[in-house]
Design a protein around this ligand. Sequence first.
Ligand code: SF4
Ligand code: SF4
Length: 112
Amino acid sequence: MAHMVRGAGAAARIAKADALTAAGFDCLSCGACCREAYHAVEVSRRDRFVRLHPELIEVVDGRLNVRRAGPRCGCLGDDYRCSVYADRPKTCRDFERGGENCLEARQRVGLG
Ligand code: SF4
Ligand code: SF4
């Protein structure tokens, strides 16, 4: 029974992801939250990202940020894929596609 509940939850998540993609929330054609919409991605000193990728951290006014490459995150590829996706900071893990901050990020880069 527990297995069936987990299966239903996974199916619901997949259906939600498909609906978001169909509605135009396709991260690979957007990338707003990883580029100009934000000037910094702050990382907690306790975040394992800091230990795993110290070369990708810069200190700005005493805060730890993911290193930038011009107007975009230094981890963002030209294809809008995150080069450290499996290890990405909690800030990025918590970012909800289709959520309030996603909508704001898209508006900031003119995607509406
Ligand atoms: S702003 Fe939203 S749709 Fe765009 S890349 Fe970020 S999470 Fe994906
Ligand atoms: S670390 Fe990855 S997910 Fe986070 S802002 Fe940079 S490119 Fe985006």
